[in-house]
Design a binder for this molecule. Structure first.
Ligand SMILES: [Zn+2]
Length: 172
């Protein structure tokens, strides 16, 4: 009876020491996996580009690559032409400079689809990086998603109008 207990114990110890040496092979692979991609970035396949023409991949205002900052992208129509912006900063800049924009939209961080800004919950001032601003602004279609993001990364939840007012402070 006593021996029966001892044998499985020594067997499992042998297994444990065996295990502790074998995963070393996997370590270099893990290091390779680290990327330097921005939080805002997505792959080309994930991004929706609403603009036309050869400048379609770039922000209408600042010319930055839209895919690189996709999670803060906005879009709107001017005289029937679709524009896409890297951020609410560039949208606000366009409005400030006199653009008459219709149907403003924003990317929902979770689904990566455009939604009307009027339906979005913005998390402003989280720890995640900001685009063209010192204060980050990320939009969500679902209030629960916004709350989950806020509980992880901080910030406050506001509507588009408030986020826009905060974005306008960049120009003062
Ligand atoms: Zn821009």
């Amino acid at each position: 009876m006593f021996k029966l207990v001892i044998i499985p114990l020594s067997l499992s110890l042998a297994l444990l020491t065996g295990c502790s040496t074998s995963p070393k092979k996997a370590a270099p692979h893990k290091i390779k996996k680290v990327t330097h991609q921005r939080f805002q970035s997505v792959s080309k396949e994930q991004a929706i580009l609403v603009q036309k023409g050869k400048e379609r991949e770039y922000c209408h205002v600042c010319g930055m690559k839209l895919v690189k900052f996709y999670k803060t992208n906005h879009a709107a129509k001017e005289d029937g032409v679709q524009h896409q912006y890297c951020s609410i900063h560039c949208l606000a800049k366009d409005i400030k400079e006199g653009a008459q924009l219709e149907n403003p939209q924003v990317v929902d961080v979770n689904s990566l689809k455009f939604i009307p800004v009027t339906e979005a919950y913005y998390v402003v001032g989280s720890k995640k990086p900001a685009t063209m601003s010192r204060v980050s602004k990320y939009a969500f279609k679902s209030l629960d998603d916004a709350k989950a993001f806020q509980s992880k990364y901080g910030g406050k939840i506001v509507d588009f109008y408030s986020a826009w007012q905060i974005a306008k402070k960049d120009f003062k």
